[in-house]
Design a protein. Structure first.
Length: 217
């Protein structure tokens, strides 16, 4: 939970720095606040993060993408947000080195993943096929039901148009975000999986890391 709140706090800072502290006019901040609510982040924490982000003393966070391989040829993408680029690069490089992976160059792994956006909306009994047709012009690729809502998936660059369409059509957005889905997954033995998980756990523990994606089955 603490890690989730830290990540959301950074997302709030990035959104406020990019578009201001008013969620009415800042769609990115509006989306982060929805995610914070879905994660049960206290309202006071959200308001403090917005206020802190508006302060001149608050450092900007730079968003970074690291690409590399874990042991046994597993591709890894690491999304980070940092106020100290040198520290984060050094940390990520050391993890890959220590756990028998290799940090790659830009473009070495990213092409192996589809970059997608997603929205979870409240399920009020909508017809899934009709909803998909309704959103097809806004970049939707897939619509399906989950236990706690309806998932809407589109290409990364369709995020803005889908968000606008859902808001205009008065759908209740529960949360939204981005995924990197591997084109091909790789099967490993139980022993090999443990080797990879050591690196994944270390990466996910780092405060600068926002998300970790891999192609292990």
């Amino acid at each position: 939970m603490a890690k989730t709140f830290t990540r959301l706090g950074k997302d709030i800072v990035i959104a406020v720095k990019a578009g201001g502290p008013d969620p009415e006019t800042n769609s990115k901040l509006r989306a982060v606040m929805q995610n914070a609510k879905a994660a049960n982040m206290p309202k006071d924490n959200v308001e403090r993060a917005i206020k802190r982000a508006s302060s001149k003393d608050q450092s900007d966070y730079k968003e970074l993408l690291f690409e590399g391989y874990a042991p046994h040829g597993i591709a890894i993408l690491v999304e980070a947000a940092t106020d100290n680029n040198n520290r984060t690069v050094a940390d990520i490089r050391s993890y890959f080195s220590k756990y028998n992976g290799s940090l790659g160059t830009s473009g070495s792994v990213e092409f192996m993943f589809d970059h997608l956006c997603n929205f979870k909306i409240e399920n009020t009994g909508q017809d899934i096929e009709e909803l998909e047709l309704e959103l097809i012009d806004y970049g939707v690729e897939e619509v399906f039901e989950e236990e706690d809502g309806i998932m809407i998936v589109g290409a990364f660059n369709s995020y803005g148009s889908l968000q606008k369409a859902l808001e205009e059509k008065k759908f209740e957005i529960i949360s939204s975000g981005f995924d990197r889905i591997p084109n091909i997954t790789k099967e490993l033995s139980e022993e090999e999986i443990l080797d990879v998980e050591k690196l994944l756990e270390k990466l996910e523990e780092n405060d600068d890391v926002q998300n970790v994606f891999h192609n292990m089955a």
